[in-house]
Design a protein around this ligand. Structure first.
Ligand SMILES: NC(=O)C1=CN([C@@H]2O[C@H](COP(=O)(O)OP(=O)(O)OC[C@H]3O[C@@H](n4cnc5c(N)ncnc54)[C@H](OP(=O)(O)O)[C@@H]3O)[C@@H](O)[C@H]2O)C=CC1
Ligand SMILES: O=CC(=O)O
Length: 287
């Protein structure tokens, strides 16, 4: 593969771009807050001044941005992706967005002759650092085949899910489940504590049973200490619940559990916890 562009050096983008550099890819990065690119330069990256400058330079460009508004802005705004995308270039959006946002981006890119893949990921900061993401791609199969060498560095498994929208929907379903689980887990820890049990013993019991999972194991001990260093920011989890509920609305799927979880994440945001890890939803119960 030739050089890769990377737009969005947040928690995930930084880990992913560093991983590509470590595996010998030539990477050109851009971030809205440009100073955040400095650390990447120390790892060997070049910097583009705008998304358009990155697209102009690179055959393939990956975007990893916070939400639909950010993903759209980077493509459509002045000095954005659309100004330089053309035949022979590929754009891969790995942000978590809804299917409609992804379709808008796909149509704009392909109308300029470029090719487009949506490829949201499951897995958080640590899996991104370790190249252990699960990649949920959909869209242009030729582009998918061309970027598999990069996906092999970023992830432990890539799925090609067919038409645009399927990757976005799969990601939202997964995160809807995750957000609901986090709320049930939080309630369980508080219930154990308030009813006189040791929450650490609860973690041990959970870890040995049928509902053991890496999320409980990784986040539980920190939650008991009311510590929420951001791996997956709560504001993004709430965005995912909101988008998943809209998907449920479109498909007439009742989701009372997810709706309640969304309210808890909204409450946490109202308490100023949006930039903490999503496990900080625990604070809505323990306060
Ligand atoms: N963290 C995680 O565990 C996971 C996150 N995701 C998804 O990946 C995406 C990125 O997440 P994460 O890295 O955690 O998020 P961060 O909040 O750490 O980073 C967000 C990035 O988006 C940029 N951005 C925000 N708004 C705009 C805008 N209007 N125009 C241009 N750039 C903008 C930020 O730039 P700036 O630095 O200037 O603010 C930053 O580069 C999200 O969609 C998230 O849901 C998916 C799997 C796991
Ligand atoms: O989107 C978050 C994740 O952990 O996956």
């Amino acid at each position: 593969m030739e050089g890769i562009g990377f737009l969005g050096i947040g928690i995930m983008g930084k880990a992913m771009a560093v991983n590509l550099l470590r595996h010998g890819f030539k990477v050109t990065v851009w971030n809205r807050t440009l100073s955040r690119c400095d650390e990447l330069v120390q790892h060997g990256a070049s910097v583009g001044e705008t998304p358009a400058a990155v697209i102009k330079k690179c055959k393939y460009t990956i975007a990893m941005l916070s939400d639909p508004a950010a993903a759209l802005s980077v493509v459509f705004d002045k000095h954005g992706t659309l100004e330089q995308i053309c035949g022979g270039k590929g754009y891969i959006d790995m942000s978590t967005v809804d299917a409609d946002t992804s379709s808008q981006i796909s149509q704009a890119i392909t109308s300029k002759g470029g090719s487009f893949l949506e490829a949201p990921v499951s897995g958080s900061k640590k899996p991104a650092e370790d190249g252990q993401l699960v990649i949920l791609a959909a869209g242009d199969k030729d582009l998918y085949d061309q970027v598999v060498p990069a996906f092999d560095v970023l992830g432990k498994k890539s799925f090609f899910l067919g038409q645009i929208g399927n990757g976005a929907k799969m990601k939202l379903v997964v995160n809807m489940i995750m957000g609901s689980m986090m709320n049930a887990f939080s309630e369980g820890i508080v219930l154990a504590d308030k009813s006189g049990l040791d929450p650490h013993t609860l973690l041990d019991v959970l870890d040995l049973g049928a509902i053991a999972n890496p999320m409980f194991k990784m986040k539980g001990p920190a939650m008991i200490k009311n510590s929420y260093p951001p791996a997956f920011p709560l504001k993004h989890q709430q965005k995912d619940m909101r988008l998943a509920l809209a998907l449920g609305d479109e498909n007439a799927v009742p989701m009372p559990v997810a709706a309640a979880a969304n309210e808890a994440f909204k409450k946490a945001r109202s308490l100023g916890l949006g930039d903490h890890d999503f496990s900080a939803v625990f604070e809505t119960l323990s306060k």
